[in-house]
Ligand binder design. Structure first.
Ligand SMILES: [Zn+2]
Length: 562
């Protein structure tokens, strides 16, 4: 079954070999293989690297087919690889469909090509003596120096090399290599392409059974392949699972307003509905983030709901999953403390940080789950809890907190002793209910009441790590998410964001009312599609379109580093 892998023979991959031995039996029960990353990079080095950023739009792949000089066979025609790895395979259950579905349409393979078969200058035996990176380079060089139909890979293309013998499969430096034993395995190939998109492996909070350090420990995430729950449907050997929530968030594929951040309403606890990650049509948030580390905005929990359908059909059951995202952006599935599968009635506790995450219900029919999140309550510098009433954690200045305390002390003195038009809580002339919270009937001055209302309006921004000021794709100072489309995380100056919103407001007015040469989205004369993100057909001026393209080019440089 799993013949091969010269990586097994490579001294630098000893760790990977150990991982493989257990992985084969613990996971999907079928043939398995551990996908190995670049042998040249030690795990410690990779952990220190900046994590993968935002990926959107066209992501073309150059698929190069190579033969060793002593191996003339061509095991599959180029059309096989076009089906497997380019948009020619749309709808055919291959990698195009996988990434289209998992990215919610935020990426495609437009521009991808299949080239070859080319003949390398080295024999199979000679190639075995080389590093994986050099093995890949040999094929790239064979393509560019070929006497017939030479091909040089454009600078912005991802690279996947296919070699014609059982040899090696994995990735190095973000470049993929597959062989005849792996190019029918969609899970394996998808994992390696994930490296091509900049993703590193995923982890579990404890030893995973696949690695002592938890690497490959998330059976619900393709970046733990081949220690994952795969489905067995469609034309390829394995398929799925999808990407776990933390990496979907990192790639910028979740609609901005469907990522719930505990504290965004200024409260430390909330019960919310989660839509299954692979059922975006369901109502609810697709990911919840629970911040807990005031010292580091890149350290938090995430909560997601997964349904055993589609690319996730191989997971054991519908379940809530909790991940810890650690500084550097790596995702750790919480497997201890009752995990990894969180079912109704179960609650994850992190007592040290005051966090609890409980599952209320799972409703497979609607692809939703309810969870109750209780998180750390921290105010930003200079603010403290108001505590006008018990549990009132709205963040206010110390003076306002002192005022609230003083007003509480005077509550009896400011209340009409015999009640009145508003019942027993009726205030004396000149005083009104404070209503810092809905049931707060302490009698205060009009000015103090207005202050309470104003403070309530500022509750969210005064909390540490509330809203979108933490996590992946946070913008550097002075920039904000453009939000031209639902999952547009490109950071732009505030005025560009305002322009995008204004353009969206004028979308219908700038579109040809009866359609035209470009279909129903055809623009009026003088307007063009903005194309800020894939499929963005909002009609804007050519200047707005050029601005969007320029901002897209700057996207990675405007993301706060981890
Ligand atoms: Zn890998």
């Amino acid at each position: 079954m799993h013949r091969h892998h010269t990586i097994f023979a490579s001294a630098r991959c000893t760790l990977v070999v150990v991982i493989a031995a257990s992985a084969l039996f613990l996971q999907s029960g079928g043939p398995g293989r551990v996908a190995a990353q670049a042998p040249a990079l030690a795990p410690a080095r990779r952990l220190a690297q900046a994590a993968a950023p935002l990926v959107f739009g066209h992501t073309p792949w150059a698929v190069l087919l190579c033969k060793f000089s002593d191996q003339p066979q061509e095991p599959q025609p180029p059309s096989y690889f076009a089906q497997f790895m380019t948009d020619a395979g749309a709808g055919a259950g291959g990698l195009y469909d996988y990434w289209h579905d998992v990215s919610y349409g935020n990426i495609d393979f437009a521009g991808s090509v299949v080239k070859g078969w080319y003949t390398e200058s080295v024999t199979l035996a000679q190639a075995r003596a080389k590093s994986r990176y050099d093995r890949i380079s040999d094929c790239i060089n064979a393509a560019s120096s070929a006497a017939v139909a030479p091909y040089t890979v454009p600078a912005n293309y991802h690279i996947a090399v296919m070699v014609n013998a059982a040899f090696d499969a994995g990735s190095a430096g973000g470049r993929v290599i597959l062989d005849a034993g792996s190019w029918d395995d969609l899970s394996f190939a998808a994992h390696e392409m994930g490296h091509g998109y900049g993703l590193d492996h995923s982890f579990s909070s404890g030893p995973s059974g696949c690695a002592d350090n938890g690497e490959y420990g998330d059976a619900w995430d393709i970046m733990s392949a081949m220690c994952v729950s795969t489905r067995h449907a469609g034309p390829y050997r394995d398929g799925g699972p999808g990407l776990a929530g933390p990496y979907l968030d990192r790639m910028g594929w979740l609609p901005i307003h469907r990522v719930y951040s505990l504290g965004q309403e200024g409260t430390g606890s909330a019960t919310i509905t989660l839509a299954a990650l692979n059922h975006p049509e369901a109502a609810g948030s697709m990911l919840a983030k629970v911040p807990f580390d005031v010292s580091n905005p890149f350290h938090y929990y995430t909560v997601e709901f997964r349904r055993a359908t589609g690319w996730d059909a191989g997971i054991p059951r519908d379940t809530v999953l909790i991940h810890e995202v650690r500084p550097g952006g790596h995702s750790y599935l919480i497997t201890d403390n009752g995990g990894p599968e969180w079912q109704p009635g179960q609650t994850f506790q992190d007592a040290a940080h005051g966090i609890s995450i409980g599952v209320g219900s799972i409703d497979s029919a609607s692809s939703t789950a309810t969870v109750t999140l209780t998180g750390a309550d921290y105010c930003v510098q200079g603010y403290v809890w108001r505590e006008a009433t018990a549990g009132d954690h709205v963040c206010v200045t110390p003076q306002t907190r002192a005022q609230a305390s003083a007003d509480n002390g005077q509550a009896g003195a400011h209340r009409a002793p015999n009640g009145g038009a508003y019942g027993p809580d009726t205030c004396l002339q000149g005083y009104v209910w404070r209503e810092a919270t809905p049931t707060d009937h302490v009698c205060v001055t009009l000015q103090t009441r207005a202050q309470a209302s104003a403070d309530n309006g500022q509750a969210a921004p005064r909390r540490v790590l509330s809203g979108n000021n933490y996590g992946p794709n946070s913008c550097t100072q002075g920039y904000v998410w453009r939000e031209a489309t639902a999952a547009d995380y490109v950071c732009v100056p505030p005025q560009t964001r305002a322009q995008a919103a204004a353009d969206n407001g004028q979308a219908a007015a700038h579109r040809a009312p009866n359609g035209g040469a470009y279909g129903p989205d055809t623009c009026l004369s003088g307007y063009v599609w903005r194309e800020a993100t894939l499929g963005d057909h909002v009609c804007v001026t050519p200047q707005s379109r050029a601005q969007a393209a320029a901002d897209d080019q700057q996207a990675l440089s405007r993301i706060a580093t981890h």
